[in-house]
Design a protein around this ligand. Structure first.
Ligand SMILES: *Cc1c(COP(=O)(O)O)cnc(C)c1O
Length: 423
């Protein structure tokens, strides 16, 4: 059965044929490929086609697919039983690893997704401060919990939605949306400011110099908590994530993606005095049957134990060369590309004319909606290179991508840009 036939079957029994809207090809047109397997930088589909993969589970796969150590660890772990409803060693080991790498992180609690991590951190912030309002930034994505599903970037931006049907006005009444890269003036009704330290769900938007420091100072001025949503940046931006990268310490952190080694996981944490508000010690309730799951924590430990600080330096250098290469390859075809980089995070904007690097979603949108991304995406896919099927997503270069993979990609980029220029 080919991709079209599998997707046809999917459409019959799964809404839109996908279990997460960003996987659909709705904004780029066409039919998704159905993946059979992945190894390192590559994925293989049901038609036996192989792609150099820059989706990498939207950032969950730091080491690439089916990393041999992770696979071996999971084989061992699965035979011991997969969930118990009692404490296990793996959650302690993973928590110790996270706490040892993130300077301001004293305690963490595990959950099963990034959505849950952020939702729980916000509840904790409200419980700890006794305040209601939460400030988020336009175009930042924080998972799909009701209260945070406004101006959400990623799939929400892709589908041109302001938020979501089914979310009551009451659920978002205490969510205040502010433009990214401008420090809002707060008052003492604000429980927390929630931010992606590098915005990576509105394509890539770097924080301006002083933005994160400004948030820290403004939160301190009114006694609000600063929450870094590090579901993407955590253990990808650097060995210790955004805090050491920018030298700004939040009160609470949210993690996901990388820390599960490809299994469903999330975590939130921060200072011990704040985490003391959580049940069973405190009055803020939060729970989960599969939280701290032995498979997920084993995979997370297997990933984090394999990476060294120098690996992030190497990845950053490789991504920097690659990003410059993309800009040059597209320019050689007579179009204009901007591939912004923050550490090893890589964005991609395409246009017919030069433009300034976007600093918020409004600026990102004018470029992302110019109609070039869809044809470019398909021209690359035809050449065996898989980007995410949406202009608001970033490229994830894993530690398994070799220079040869990136060189082959650059050739495809030049050809693809030449092809779409005439279209
Ligand atoms: C992916 C993501 C989330 C949500 O994580 P899920 O595991 O998909 O629920 C939250 N915040 C950010 C910044 C993300 O990129």
């Amino acid at each position: 059965m080919n991709n079209a036939e599998w997707f046809e079957r999917a459409l019959a029994v799964i809404p839109g044929g996908v279990d997460s809207p960003v996987r659909s090809f709705r904004s780029v047109g066409g039919t998704p490929y159905t993946v059979v397997s992945g190894r390192g930088a590559y994925v293989d589909d049901v038609e036996g086609r192989q792609y150099i993969d820059f989706v990498q589970s939207y950032g969950a796969s730091l080491l690439g697919h089916a990393n041999p150590n992770v696979v071996a660890t999971l084989r061992e772990a699965v035979a011991l039983g997969t969930t118990f409803g009692a404490p296990t060693r793996g959650e302690v080991l993973l928590a110790e690893l996270l706490v040892s790498r993130v300077p301001g992180l004293e305690q963490v609690r595990f959950v099963s997704s990034g959505t849950e991590a952020v939702m729980s951190a916000v509840r904790l912030a409200r419980g700890a401060t006794g305040r209601d309002r939460v400030v988020k930034f336009d175009g930042c994505y924080h998972g799909h919990s009701d209260g945070l599903l406004v101006a959400g970037g990623s799939g929400i931006a892709q589908l041109g939605l302001p938020g979501s049907a089914g979310v009551t006005a009451g659920a978002v009444a205490d969510t205040v949306v502010a433009p990214y890269n401008v420090v809002p003036t707060l008052d003492d009704t604000v429980a927390a400011v929630l931010v992606e330290p590098v915005a990576a769900n509105m394509n890539l938007v770097a924080p301006r110099d002083g933005f994160l420091e400004g948030l820290r100072a403004e939160c301190d001025r009114v006694g609000a908590l600063l929450i870094f949503d590090e579901v993407i940046t955590g253990f990808r931006l650097s060995y210790g994530g955004a805090e050491p990268f920018f030298s700004v310490t939040p009160d609470l952190y949210c993690f996901g993606k990388v820390i599960g080694g490809g299994l469903p996981v999330g975590a939130f944490g921060g200072r011990r005095d704040l985490l003391a508000h959580l049940a069973p010690a405190g009055p803020v309730y939060q729970a989960g049957t599969l939280s701290g799951n032995p498979l997920a924590t084993a995979a997370g430990v297997a990933v984090l134990e394999q990476v060294r600080p120098v690996d992030y330096d190497e990845l950053t250098e490789r991504v920097d060369r690659f990003g410059r290469g993309i800009e040059e390859a597209v320019a050689s075809a007579g179009l204009f590309a901007l591939a912004p980089r923050v550490g090893p995070l890589l964005g991609l904007y395409l246009a017919r004319e030069p433009f300034e690097a976007p600093s918020n979603i409004a600026e990102a949108r004018t470029v992302c909606e110019n109609g070039l991304y869809g044809p470019f995406f398909h021209a690359l896919l035809d050449r065996g290179v898989a980007l995410a099927p949406g202009a608001y997503e970033i490229l994830f270069v894993s530690m398994a991508h070799r220079d040869g993979d990136l060189d082959r990609t650059l050739e495809a980029v030049a050809d693809a840009a030449a092809q779409i220029r005439g279209s």
